[in-house]
Design a protein around this ligand. Structure first.
Ligand SMILES: [Mn+2]
Length: 299
Protein backbone atom coordinates (compact mmCIF):
# COMPACT_ATOMS: atom_id res chain seq x y z
CA UNK A 1 0.00 0.00 0.00
CA UNK A 2 1.50 3.30 -1.00
CA UNK A 3 1.39 6.13 1.48
CA UNK A 4 -0.33 9.41 0.75
CA UNK A 5 1.75 12.56 0.80
CA UNK A 6 0.64 15.80 2.39
CA UNK A 7 -0.93 17.73 -0.47
CA UNK A 8 -0.20 21.00 1.32
CA UNK A 9 3.52 20.34 0.76
CA UNK A 10 3.88 21.34 -2.89
CA UNK A 11 7.66 21.73 -3.13
CA UNK A 12 8.79 19.10 -5.65
CA UNK A 13 12.50 19.07 -4.87
CA UNK A 14 13.78 18.24 -1.41
CA UNK A 15 16.95 20.25 -1.88
CA UNK A 16 14.99 23.39 -2.74
CA UNK A 17 12.69 23.11 0.26
CA UNK A 18 12.89 25.25 3.36
CA UNK A 19 11.20 22.55 5.42
CA UNK A 20 11.39 18.78 4.97
CA UNK A 21 8.57 16.74 6.45
CA UNK A 22 8.83 13.00 7.00
CA UNK A 23 6.97 10.25 8.82
CA UNK A 24 8.93 8.08 11.24
CA UNK A 25 6.78 5.52 12.93
CA UNK A 26 9.23 4.49 15.58
CA UNK A 27 7.97 1.83 17.96
CA UNK A 28 9.64 0.34 20.99
CA UNK A 29 9.65 2.99 23.74
CA UNK A 30 6.82 1.17 25.52
CA UNK A 31 3.38 2.39 26.50
CA UNK A 32 1.97 4.06 29.56
CA UNK A 33 0.29 1.78 32.10
CA UNK A 34 -1.95 4.60 33.21
CA UNK A 35 -4.18 5.10 30.24
CA UNK A 36 -4.82 3.31 27.00
CA UNK A 37 -1.65 1.38 26.48
CA UNK A 38 -1.60 -1.74 28.62
CA UNK A 39 -0.66 -3.88 25.65
CA UNK A 40 2.97 -4.47 24.87
CA UNK A 41 2.08 -5.05 21.23
CA UNK A 42 3.15 -2.49 18.66
CA UNK A 43 0.29 -0.31 17.54
CA UNK A 44 -0.89 -0.93 14.03
CA UNK A 45 -1.81 2.63 13.21
CA UNK A 46 0.93 4.70 14.84
CA UNK A 47 1.13 6.50 11.59
CA UNK A 48 1.85 9.81 9.91
CA UNK A 49 -0.37 8.70 7.06
CA UNK A 50 -3.50 9.32 9.12
CA UNK A 51 -2.42 12.92 9.73
CA UNK A 52 -1.76 13.46 6.03
CA UNK A 53 -5.09 11.90 5.03
CA UNK A 54 -7.03 14.04 7.48
CA UNK A 55 -5.39 17.22 6.23
CA UNK A 56 -5.80 16.22 2.60
CA UNK A 57 -9.53 15.65 3.19
CA UNK A 58 -9.90 19.00 4.91
CA UNK A 59 -7.14 21.10 3.36
CA UNK A 60 -6.16 24.64 4.30
CA UNK A 61 -3.48 27.27 4.03
CA UNK A 62 -1.82 28.40 7.23
CA UNK A 63 -3.72 30.96 9.27
CA UNK A 64 -1.60 33.73 7.74
CA UNK A 65 -2.70 32.43 4.30
CA UNK A 66 0.66 30.93 3.35
CA UNK A 67 0.81 27.90 1.09
CA UNK A 68 3.22 24.99 1.31
CA UNK A 69 5.39 25.82 -1.71
CA UNK A 70 8.51 25.71 0.46
CA UNK A 71 7.60 22.40 2.15
CA UNK A 72 8.67 19.00 0.83
CA UNK A 73 7.00 15.80 2.04
CA UNK A 74 9.60 13.04 1.91
CA UNK A 75 7.17 10.25 2.82
CA UNK A 76 7.89 7.74 5.55
CA UNK A 77 11.15 6.23 6.71
CA UNK A 78 11.23 2.46 6.28
CA UNK A 79 11.32 1.44 9.93
CA UNK A 80 8.80 -1.38 10.09
CA UNK A 81 10.15 -4.50 11.74
CA UNK A 82 13.58 -3.05 12.49
CA UNK A 83 15.11 -3.43 15.95
CA UNK A 84 15.03 -0.35 18.15
CA UNK A 85 18.68 0.56 17.54
CA UNK A 86 18.23 0.44 13.78
CA UNK A 87 15.04 2.50 13.88
CA UNK A 88 16.79 5.17 15.89
CA UNK A 89 19.88 5.16 13.68
CA UNK A 90 17.76 5.65 10.58
CA UNK A 91 15.65 8.42 12.10
CA UNK A 92 18.74 10.15 13.50
CA UNK A 93 20.46 10.05 10.11
CA UNK A 94 17.41 11.60 8.43
CA UNK A 95 17.25 14.46 10.92
CA UNK A 96 20.98 15.01 10.60
CA UNK A 97 20.84 15.13 6.81
CA UNK A 98 18.15 17.84 6.93
CA UNK A 99 19.93 19.82 9.66
CA UNK A 100 23.24 19.74 7.80
CA UNK A 101 21.63 21.15 4.67
CA UNK A 102 20.36 24.08 6.75
CA UNK A 103 16.72 23.07 6.36
CA UNK A 104 14.01 22.67 8.97
CA UNK A 105 12.88 19.12 9.79
CA UNK A 106 9.33 18.17 10.77
CA UNK A 107 8.90 14.52 11.75
CA UNK A 108 5.55 12.88 12.35
CA UNK A 109 5.93 9.91 14.70
CA UNK A 110 5.98 7.44 16.11
CA UNK A 111 6.62 7.04 19.80
CA UNK A 112 9.19 8.60 22.13
CA UNK A 113 12.10 6.83 20.44
CA UNK A 114 11.75 9.45 17.74
CA UNK A 115 12.60 12.11 20.30
CA UNK A 116 15.84 10.45 21.29
CA UNK A 117 16.79 10.07 17.62
CA UNK A 118 16.05 13.75 17.06
CA UNK A 119 18.03 14.90 20.10
CA UNK A 120 20.92 12.73 19.10
CA UNK A 121 20.97 14.41 15.67
CA UNK A 122 20.61 17.85 17.29
CA UNK A 123 23.63 17.10 19.47
CA UNK A 124 25.66 15.98 16.46
CA UNK A 125 24.70 18.95 14.26
CA UNK A 126 24.66 21.89 16.67
CA UNK A 127 26.52 23.05 19.75
CA UNK A 128 24.06 25.83 20.51
CA UNK A 129 20.57 24.36 20.28
CA UNK A 130 17.97 24.59 23.01
CA UNK A 131 15.07 22.17 23.45
CA UNK A 132 11.44 23.09 24.04
CA UNK A 133 9.75 19.91 25.27
CA UNK A 134 5.97 20.23 25.10
CA UNK A 135 4.57 17.40 27.20
CA UNK A 136 2.27 16.91 30.19
CA UNK A 137 5.07 14.72 31.58
CA UNK A 138 8.80 15.27 32.23
CA UNK A 139 10.05 11.88 30.88
CA UNK A 140 13.22 12.13 32.96
CA UNK A 141 13.17 9.09 35.26
CA UNK A 142 16.75 8.15 36.20
CA UNK A 143 16.67 4.76 34.50
CA UNK A 144 19.24 3.05 32.33
CA UNK A 145 16.47 1.51 30.22
CA UNK A 146 15.50 3.82 27.34
CA UNK A 147 11.70 4.08 27.42
CA UNK A 148 9.04 6.77 27.17
CA UNK A 149 9.62 7.80 30.79
CA UNK A 150 13.42 8.18 30.57
CA UNK A 151 13.96 9.85 27.21
CA UNK A 152 15.26 13.13 28.63
CA UNK A 153 17.45 11.41 31.23
CA UNK A 154 19.25 9.85 28.27
CA UNK A 155 19.11 12.92 26.03
CA UNK A 156 20.76 15.08 28.69
CA UNK A 157 23.76 12.77 28.58
CA UNK A 158 24.37 13.66 24.94
CA UNK A 159 27.26 16.12 24.45
CA UNK A 160 25.23 19.14 23.31
CA UNK A 161 21.77 18.57 24.74
CA UNK A 162 21.68 20.22 28.14
CA UNK A 163 19.09 20.49 30.89
CA UNK A 164 20.03 24.14 31.39
CA UNK A 165 19.05 24.75 27.76
CA UNK A 166 15.82 22.76 27.93
CA UNK A 167 12.37 23.99 28.83
CA UNK A 168 9.66 21.52 29.80
CA UNK A 169 6.55 23.25 28.53
CA UNK A 170 3.05 22.65 29.97
CA UNK A 171 4.24 20.18 32.61
CA UNK A 172 1.44 18.95 34.86
CA UNK A 173 1.58 15.19 35.58
CA UNK A 174 4.73 14.01 37.36
CA UNK A 175 5.35 10.78 39.28
CA UNK A 176 7.76 10.38 42.17
CA UNK A 177 10.51 8.83 40.03
CA UNK A 178 10.31 11.68 37.57
CA UNK A 179 10.46 14.17 40.43
CA UNK A 180 13.82 12.62 41.34
CA UNK A 181 14.91 13.17 37.75
CA UNK A 182 13.80 16.80 37.87
CA UNK A 183 15.73 17.36 41.10
CA UNK A 184 18.81 15.71 39.62
CA UNK A 185 18.86 17.44 36.23
CA UNK A 186 17.17 20.77 37.11
CA UNK A 187 15.76 21.63 33.66
CA UNK A 188 13.71 24.74 32.99
CA UNK A 189 10.01 24.20 33.61
CA UNK A 190 6.93 26.10 32.51
CA UNK A 191 4.04 24.56 34.42
CA UNK A 192 0.69 24.33 32.65
CA UNK A 193 -1.01 26.69 35.10
CA UNK A 194 1.43 29.45 34.22
CA UNK A 195 -0.40 29.88 30.92
CA UNK A 196 -3.37 31.34 32.77
CA UNK A 197 -1.74 32.52 35.97
CA UNK A 198 1.01 34.59 34.34
CA UNK A 199 -0.13 34.80 30.73
CA UNK A 200 1.62 34.23 27.44
CA UNK A 201 4.14 37.12 27.61
CA UNK A 202 5.43 35.80 30.94
CA UNK A 203 5.54 32.24 29.60
CA UNK A 204 7.70 33.50 26.75
CA UNK A 205 9.97 35.36 29.14
CA UNK A 206 10.46 32.15 31.12
CA UNK A 207 11.20 30.15 27.98
CA UNK A 208 13.87 32.61 26.86
CA UNK A 209 15.46 32.63 30.31
CA UNK A 210 15.42 28.83 30.51
CA UNK A 211 16.87 28.29 27.04
CA UNK A 212 19.83 30.52 27.86
CA UNK A 213 22.21 31.85 25.21
CA UNK A 214 21.24 29.56 22.33
CA UNK A 215 20.74 30.59 18.71
CA UNK A 216 18.70 27.59 17.69
CA UNK A 217 15.77 25.66 19.10
CA UNK A 218 14.33 22.19 18.48
CA UNK A 219 10.69 21.73 19.50
CA UNK A 220 9.70 18.27 20.69
CA UNK A 221 5.95 17.70 20.88
CA UNK A 222 4.24 14.94 22.79
CA UNK A 223 0.67 15.66 21.77
CA UNK A 224 -0.47 15.00 25.36
CA UNK A 225 1.14 18.33 26.22
CA UNK A 226 -1.80 20.07 24.60
CA UNK A 227 -5.28 20.31 26.12
CA UNK A 228 -7.00 16.95 25.58
CA UNK A 229 -10.32 18.52 24.59
CA UNK A 230 -8.55 19.53 21.38
CA UNK A 231 -6.07 16.68 21.13
CA UNK A 232 -7.74 13.64 22.70
CA UNK A 233 -6.21 10.75 20.75
CA UNK A 234 -2.98 10.32 22.66
CA UNK A 235 -1.40 7.59 24.74
CA UNK A 236 -1.70 9.31 28.11
CA UNK A 237 -4.19 12.20 27.97
CA UNK A 238 -4.19 14.51 30.97
CA UNK A 239 -6.44 17.54 31.45
CA UNK A 240 -5.36 21.11 31.95
CA UNK A 241 -2.94 21.76 29.11
CA UNK A 242 -2.55 24.82 26.91
CA UNK A 243 -4.64 25.11 23.76
CA UNK A 244 -3.31 24.68 20.25
CA UNK A 245 -3.76 28.44 19.76
CA UNK A 246 -1.59 29.22 22.76
CA UNK A 247 1.15 26.92 21.54
CA UNK A 248 1.03 28.39 18.03
CA UNK A 249 1.46 31.86 19.55
CA UNK A 250 4.43 30.61 21.58
CA UNK A 251 6.01 29.10 18.45
CA UNK A 252 5.50 32.29 16.47
CA UNK A 253 7.23 34.27 19.20
CA UNK A 254 10.11 31.76 19.40
CA UNK A 255 10.59 32.10 15.64
CA UNK A 256 11.22 35.84 16.06
CA UNK A 257 14.25 35.11 18.20
CA UNK A 258 15.60 31.65 17.36
CA UNK A 259 16.33 29.56 14.30
CA UNK A 260 13.78 26.76 14.66
CA UNK A 261 15.66 23.73 13.34
CA UNK A 262 12.98 21.12 13.71
CA UNK A 263 10.05 19.50 15.43
CA UNK A 264 8.88 16.00 16.20
CA UNK A 265 5.21 15.24 16.84
CA UNK A 266 4.77 12.01 18.74
CA UNK A 267 2.34 9.75 20.62
CA UNK A 268 -0.68 10.10 18.35
CA UNK A 269 -3.09 7.12 18.33
CA UNK A 270 -5.33 7.17 15.24
CA UNK A 271 -7.48 4.29 16.56
CA UNK A 272 -9.05 6.64 19.10
CA UNK A 273 -9.46 9.66 16.82
CA UNK A 274 -12.84 9.01 15.17
CA UNK A 275 -13.58 12.60 14.12
CA UNK A 276 -9.90 13.23 13.25
CA UNK A 277 -9.66 16.15 15.63
CA UNK A 278 -6.21 15.12 16.85
CA UNK A 279 -5.02 14.46 13.30
CA UNK A 280 -6.10 17.92 12.21
CA UNK A 281 -4.43 19.49 15.24
CA UNK A 282 -1.19 17.65 14.45
CA UNK A 283 -1.38 18.72 10.82
CA UNK A 284 -2.05 22.31 11.80
CA UNK A 285 0.93 22.30 14.14
CA UNK A 286 3.18 20.79 11.47
CA UNK A 287 2.09 23.22 8.76
CA UNK A 288 2.25 26.36 10.89
CA UNK A 289 5.67 25.35 12.24
CA UNK A 290 6.96 24.50 8.77
CA UNK A 291 6.14 28.01 7.53
CA UNK A 292 7.45 30.06 10.46
CA UNK A 293 9.96 32.65 9.20
CA UNK A 294 13.65 32.77 10.11
CA UNK A 295 14.54 34.90 13.14
CA UNK A 296 14.45 38.66 12.79
CA UNK A 297 18.24 39.03 12.66
CA UNK A 298 18.48 36.59 9.69
CA UNK A 299 15.74 38.05 7.46
MN1 LIG B 1 3.62 12.74 27.73
Amino acid sequence: MSSPLLQFATCADERQARTVLFGANTQGAGFSESARGKSGEPRSLFSADFVREADNESPSLTESLADGASVFDAGNLALHGLPVEAQMARARARFLEVFQRGQRAVALGGDHLLKYAAFSAVSAAFEDCGIVYLDAHPDCALEERLFFGSILHHAWQLPHVRPDRTSLLALRQVNAREREGLRHWKPGIVHALEFCERGLPAVLESLVAQLGPVRRVFVSVDLDGLAPHEVPAVEAPYPGGPTLREILVVLRALAERYELVGMDISEFIPEVDPVKLTALAAARLAKEFALLPPPRNQR
